[in-house]
Unconditional design. Structure first.
Length: 251
């Protein structure tokens, strides 16, 4: 996958993209990454990329010329671009695992990171998609872009060490992930559940599914509203309701 980021602070990406999984993926040639400063494309003497908003108001607004010129210089006509151009914006669609899966099937992605008060509205015409990572405000689009890039790239074939290791992650099937354990078997009086030591793969599967449902029911019950539940899932949830009620009442 080819990834291009337009940013006023491209050096912010040096750390995240040169460590851990991202570094290994780049070393393998699975990801080709470039962070590009669009300030040199500003047309003013002092290379201003922002200006005061028409109509007044606080803050500064990013000018359209530098971003349009940088993008056209790098990829040509944006209308002919075969990949996706993504604007990181608090007004965008909330980012989800489903969106990460969809973007991972692209071969080319461009991320446009804003700063200051916001974008000149005409910049939005460049984007195929506007994405937000949450209902809060950050100083720029760089950190959100890093989040999306990480979530997308780890889904690419060969990026993670073990094929399919992302398939049990939280949200991959709509549920939070089940609990994990490793050695030692007993730590400060807390033992690994016996079923995980049984070697019975079907029992382990059922335990993991039930505990994923339990964790989701306890922490993110809203996720269950749109999840297609099997008869087994419904049976597990009935057991979970009963068990949690017993834990609460002490019966």
């Amino acid at each position: 996958m080819d990834i291009l980021v337009l940013s006023l602070f491209p050096e912010m990406f040096a750390g995240p993209m040169s460590q851990s999984i991202m570094k290994k993926a780049r070393d393998k040639g699975l990801i080709h990454f470039e962070a590009m400063d669009y300030r040199p494309y500003a047309t003013s003497k002092h290379k201003n990329v922002d200006d005061i908003p028409y109509g007044g108001g606080a803050g500064m607004v990013l000018k359209p010329e530098p971003i349009f010129s940088a993008l056209e210089d790098r990829i040509g006509d944006p209308a002919q671009f075969p990949g996706k151009i993504i604007l990181m914006s608090p007004q965008g669609r909330p980012f989800t695992q489903e969106m990460a899966n969809s973007l991972s099937r692209e071969t080319q992605l461009v991320f446009v990171c804003g700063h200051y008060e916001g974008f000149d509205e005409r910049i939005r015409a460049l984007a195929h998609e506007e994405i937000s990572i949450g209902d809060y405000v950050l100083t720029g689009g760089e950190l959100p872009a890093m989040v999306v890039i990480d979530a997308v790239c780890r889904l690419l074939p060969g990026v993670l060490g073990e094929a399919g290791s992302h398939e049990a992650d939280s949200f991959s099937d709509g549920l939070l992930e089940h609990p994990h354990y490793t050695r030692p078997r007993v730590f400060r009086g807390r033992e690994v559940p016996e079923v995980l030591l049984s070697g019975n793969h079907e029992c382990i599967r059922k335990w993991r599914r039930k505990e994923a449902l339990r964790r989701t029911w306890l922490r993110r019950r809203d996720l269950l509203k749109t999840l297609p539940l099997t008869k087994e899932d419904q049976k597990f949830l009935e057991e979970i309701h009963r068990e949690e009620e017993e834990n609460t009442t002490g019966k």
